[in-house]
Ligand binder design. Structure first.
Ligand code: NYM
Ligand code: MG
Length: 317
């Protein structure tokens, strides 16, 4: 009955009757022990946890039991999972920085990316890269010239990154800074907002490098929708963008959990104001010196993933 446990952790709370063996999910979700109330909020404990058990834990005892298990689980998860860095030689030659800019449609991302590319003399990468064979299929989909199944188009976006990632690593290795306009986090947020399972949304990008920094240009969907050319492409609808924004907030938390550096930037100011903030954060990263690049890894993030398996309601696009 153990479901979705981190590798090598098998924890059960049992109360003597085989049917009532209770699986414990991941570490932060440990208080969500499944009993009669599967929708109980994280962090709360149901006092009738094991109703027929004659040595039941109640009140303070329940809390301290859960606290000690939670801390044990967290330690075990940390020690049993240590992602290995990507093999990039960074000691002798200083590698370039991988900087990602993310945001909703019409958040001002492309303007800021162009400025940053110039400022750092960096290589400019845009995802989706619409000029490849895969990219042209994505472009046809986004401009509504073709319909593609949600799962299939997610894999196309992901394949579009995989076909370019090797040359990104080569650029970094040569010491060149790389600035990406969108990355796997868009892939996760947009597809998850459609209602596909989160694990599945992350899985196809597992293995690509976690950027040195992700600058998320945060703008409410109402302001974005008032900007020029809004609505031209698929996905540019307010209700859907709102879901994407909330999906991004959650992506932020589990990317940070896995050691990623993520900065949320208020994008409602003037382009110059936003630029000042971007310049400062990008400058910090570039001057920081080379550090190991780690691969995006589902298991490293799993303890921080939302415990519910349900995605947001399916949006009509
Ligand atoms: N998009 C972008 C995805 O749905 N998944 C992805 O993996 C990526 C990289 O494509 N609405 C969506 C987000 C945008 C659209 O991007 C095109 P842009 O930056 O608006 O050209
Ligand atoms: Mg767009």
């Amino acid at each position: 009955m153990a479901k979705n446990l981190p590798p090598s952790i098998q924890v059960f709370i049992a109360h003597g009757i085989a049917d009532n063996i209770v699986p414990v999910e991941d570490a932060p979700g440990i208080a969500n022990i499944i009993s009669a109330h599967p929708r109980r909020q994280p962090g709360t404990v149901h006092v009738e946890l094991l109703p027929q058990c004659d040595h039941n834990y109640r009140g303070d005892a329940t809390n301290s039991l859960l606290e000690s298990m939670q801390s044990w689980m967290k330690k075990s998860t940390e020690s049993c999972y240590k992602p290995r860095p990507l093999p990039l030689p960074v000691s002798s030659t200083r590698r370039g920085a991988l900087i990602v800019v993310e945001g909703l449609d019409r958040s001002g991302k492309s303007t800021q990316v162009e400025r940053l590319v110039q400022h750092l003399q960096a290589r400019h990468v845009k995802f989706p890269e619409r000029t490849t064979a895969i990219g042209s299929m994505i472009n046809a989909y986004l401009t509504r010239q073709s319909d593609i199944n949600d799962h299939a188009v997610h894999l196309l976006f992901s394949a579009n990154r995989w076909e370019i990632i090797e040359s990104i690593l080569q650029s970094l290795q040569r010491g060149q800074n790389v600035v990406c306009d969108r990355y796997a986090f868009s892939g996760i947020a947009y597809t998850w907002a459609k209602g596909l399972p989160l694990d599945w949304c992350i899985g196809s990008d597992a293995g690509i490098p976690i950027p040195d920094v992700t600058l998320f240009l945060d703008l409410d969907e109402k302001t974005a929708s008032a900007r020029a050319a809004y609505g031209e492409e698929r996905y540019e609808k307010r209700a859907f963008q709102e879901k994407v924004r909330h999906a991004f907030y959650q992506v932020e938390s589990f990317v940070q959990y896995a050691g990623g550096h993520w900065i949320r930037i208020d994008a409602s100011g003037t382009p110059d104001q936003v630029w000042q903030t971007i310049q400062r954060h990008a400058g910090n990263v570039v001057s920081h010196g080379p550090m190991a690049l780690y691969p995006l890894d589902l298991e490293a993030m799993r303890p921080a993933l939302p415990w519910t398996k349900e995605g947001p309601e399916k949006a009509s696009l």
